[in-house]
Design a protein around this ligand. Structure first.
Ligand SMILES: Nc1nc2c(c(=O)[nH]1)N[C@H]1C(S)=C(S)[C@@H](COP(=O)(O)O)O[C@H]1N2
Ligand SMILES: [Mo]
Length: 256
């Protein structure tokens, strides 16, 4: 949907639903589906973030599981193929031309090919993914700690958010994106994964690179990542709320 439409819809929903309405948690299996989950009032959201940060320090690790716990089937959700000609070209070349750019408020912007990223020290973690739609799955992810990339580009002191841009767009041409605090990029389990269950990430799960930010919900786990842009504010990026689903009313701080 076009940004103006998203805004109109948000305004409509605010009036129609009110803050106390109960709406079933559903909705991100299909980006074209209109199901909504009312946005918590901004103030309440900040309170949630403050409380969670106080109870679980920023560096606390998400639970890691054993090999035996890995789900036999890990569902694919949301967009399962960017479907553009450009992306199909990358698939045909086995992602040999895929680049990850890190730009914005950094001392030394740079980009890496997928092959160069795979040469960096990797981390493997077996974690549980929770989608607001009501399913969970345990998977084994291998990838590069985002903190290692940050140490190379050196964020400037005013860089507060890391915005992950993705290669997929919805039916109305709106691009998927997500954002997290720059500080959370240094959490040891924040990785850009290129393997799921010891195999190269496949197209439905976000090939060739997807974010794993383990202490937050499924929609924060951006797939098909092409660029990380550091910014001081989320205003002016997408719909201004920090992510594709946040622009439609979901919480930015999706702690679990
Ligand atoms: N680029 C992109 N990232 C995305 C989505 C998407 O549609 N596009 N869907 C999100 C949602 S709602 C979930 S639950 C997970 C699903 O990841 P999976 O397909 O590997 O299960 O990806 C998230 N990241
Ligand atoms: Mo999801």
């Amino acid at each position: 949907m076009k940004p103006e439409h998203a805004m109109e819809r948000r305004r409509f929903l605010k009036g129609a639903l009110g803050a106390a309405s109960l709406v079933a948690l559903s909705g991100c299996d299909n980006l074209t589906q209109s199901s909504w989950f009312p946005s918590i009032l901004n103030k309440a959201e900040r309170w949630t973030e403050a409380v969670q940060r106080a109870v679980t320090p920023r560096d606390a690790l998400a639970k890691e599981y054993r090999e035996a716990d890995i789900s036999k089937m890990f569902p694919a959700n949301g967009n399962t193929d960017p479907g553009t000609e450009q992306y199909a070209g990358h698939v045909a070349r086995n992602f040999s031309g895929w680049m990850l750019e890190v730009v914005g408020l950094v001392q030394a912007p740079r980009s890496w090919s997928l092959a160069a990223l795979k040469e960096l020290p990797a981390r493997t973690q077996i974690t549980r993914h929770d989608c607001v739609e009501g399913w969970s799955a345990i998977g084994k992810w291998t990838g590069i700690p985002v903190g290692d990339l940050m140490r190379q580009v050196e964020p400037l002191p005013n860089a507060r958010y890391a915005v992950f841009h993705c290669a997929d767009v919805d039916d109305e041409g709106v691009a998927y994106y997500e954002s997290i605090a720059v500080a959370d990029c240094y959490h040891p389990q924040t990785i850009l994964a290129y393997e799921l269950n010891d195999a190269p990430l496949d197209v439905p799960h976000g090939a060739p690179l997807r974010l794993r930010f383990e202490r937050q919900l499924g929609y924060k786990q951006a797939k098909y990542v092409t660029k990380i842009a550091l910014a001081e504010s989320l205003a002016g990026i997408g719909g201004g709320k920090g992510g594709y689903w946040e622009d439609q009313g979901y919480e930015w701080y999706a702690g679990i």
